[in-house]
Design a binder for this molecule. Structure first.
Ligand code: ADP
Length: 168
């Protein structure tokens, strides 16, 4: 069985990697599908996001990386993939995922969305929050100083270095 794990991954976090690791144990293959949506004005380009994923997930067997644009259901149908893997952190995530899963099912009947509950250690964390902290921290907006060790609990060293390069 093959699953798609779609998202922005801007950048990949330890929360994403936890879902990916657990997903890779459930499925024979997981294809990480990086959304190419310039309207979202991402921090990292699609290629950078894929490179960061590839390096950060080097120890997880059975995964591949691709980018897609447009409707996920369309991408899944073209590739003949029947499972979408999503991670949820909270009721808010669940409320966001439900209509997407329902719509995808309407678009392609054989498409199943598998929702995996986050590891509690990562339940409060989002890529957006990490971007904000890194942007402010590396630009020395924190009056009390910024020790970037704080980022280690949320991202891999590779991602941390890329954040540093972007903002310093
Ligand atoms: P999107 O913009 O599509 O929500 P993200 O890159 O933010 O994409 O996330 C991709 C997937 O990973 C989504 O299913 C999201 O809910 C999930 N996810 C994000 N952060 C975490 C986390 N800390 N723990 C578990 N799942 C997460």
């Amino acid at each position: 069985m093959i699953a798609l794990f779609p998202g922005s991954f801007d950048p990949v976090t330890l929360g994403h990697l936890d879902i990916l690791k657990r997903g890779a144990q459930l499925f024979d293959q997981v294809i990480v599908a990086v959304l190419n949506n310039p309207a979202k004005s991402p921090l990292f380009t699609v290629q950078e996001r894929i490179d960061l994923l590839r390096e950060s997930a080097a120890d997880i067997p059975g995964i591949q990386f691709e980018s897609y644009s447009g409707l996920l259901a369309d991408f899944a149908r073209k590739r003949e993939i029947h499972y979408i893997l999503r991670g949820v952190r909270s009721e808010a995530d669940f409320a966001y995922e439900m209509p997407m899963a329902q719509a995808n099912k309407q678009l392609t009947d054989e498409l199943e969305t598998i929702i995996m509950v986050t590891n509690h250690a990562y339940a409060y964390m989002s890529a957006g929050l990490i971007r904000e902290i890194a942007a402010a921290g590396y630009a020395s907006i924190f009056e009390s100083g910024f020790d970037d060790k704080v980022l280690d609990q949320w991202v891999t060293p590779t991602v941390k270095n890329m954040l540093k390069n972007k903002f310093m």
